[in-house]
Design a binder for this molecule. Structure first.
Ligand SMILES: O=C(O)[C@@H](O)C(=O)COP(=O)(O)O
Ligand SMILES: [Zn+2]
Length: 215
């Protein structure tokens, strides 16, 4: 990958981070973003950085073993991102946010841990699919990587209990779109609680999965 391409990805991380932050999809210095590079390394947002005010030049550059090559110290969830990439060789980017409605769902006692949000809309199935719950861990706990490793092969998105979503996509744009769709569907799910909404049937879900594979 040329320096020119890498710089373009740095700019894209900062631009999309600002877009997510300015729309209230993550607050303060919460959330992190990573992109896989052609040489097997990664660009990751630095720890304690506000996604709304990222400096492209200070984004952490890691090698394939997760060692910091340049930039600020990476997100404390770097091992979580790396575990997800390991299981998803076709994923090129990962987004983790503290988006309010998704976090709210992650705190509910009675959600199905194998599938936290039912298939309410076609677009949700196309962008997110089945969303498993990862049991609560301290943010930055290396055990989170192992917990996610067991799920990420089958799922492009997981929901960390009492914490928030982690979403992979083929490109950074795809991961951001999927995270936005997850947040909007979490909002719908909360709006419809108690209404016994009509969900898509297993046949309708299977048709969508076949016609619109994610990555
Ligand atoms: O919730 C946390 O502490 C992290 O998962 C997070 O969202 C922000 O951590 P850093 O990326 O290390 O700033
Ligand atoms: Zn977090």
């Amino acid at each position: 990958m040329s320096v020119h391409d890498e710089n373009g990805l740095r700019e894209q991380i900062a631009t999309l981070g600002e877009s997510l932050f300015s729309r209230g999809l993550t607050m303060g210095s919460s959330g992190n973003i990573s992109v896989r590079l052609d040489d097997g390394g990664w660009l990751m947002t630095p720890t304690n950085a506000c996604l709304g005010r990222l400096d492209p030049a200070r984004i952490s550059r890691l090698d394939g073993q997760g060692r910091l090559l340049s930039g600020d110290r990476p997100t404390k969830e770097s091992f979580l991102h790396m575990a997800m990439y390991e299981e998803r060789p076709r994923s090129g980017a990962i987004v983790h946010l503290h988006s309010t409605h998704s976090v709210a769902v992650s705190c509910l006692p009675q959600i199905d841990p194998c599938d936290c949000i039912p298939p309410l809309t076609a677009y949700y199935v196309m962008r997110v699919g089945k969303l498993p719950l990862v049991p609560y861990h301290l943010p930055g706990d290396p055990a989170l990587g192992d917990a996610v490793r067991g799920l990420a092969g089958q799922h492009s998105a997981v929901l960390l209990a009492n914490h928030g979503p982690v979403v992979a996509g083929k490109t950074l744009e795809a991961a951001v779109y999927a995270t936005e769709e997850l947040e909007e569907t979490a909002r719908l799910f909360l709006l419809l609680r108690g209404e016994n909404p009509r969900c898509l049937t297993p046949e309708q879900v299977a048709e969508l999965e076949a016609r619109f594979p994610r990555d």
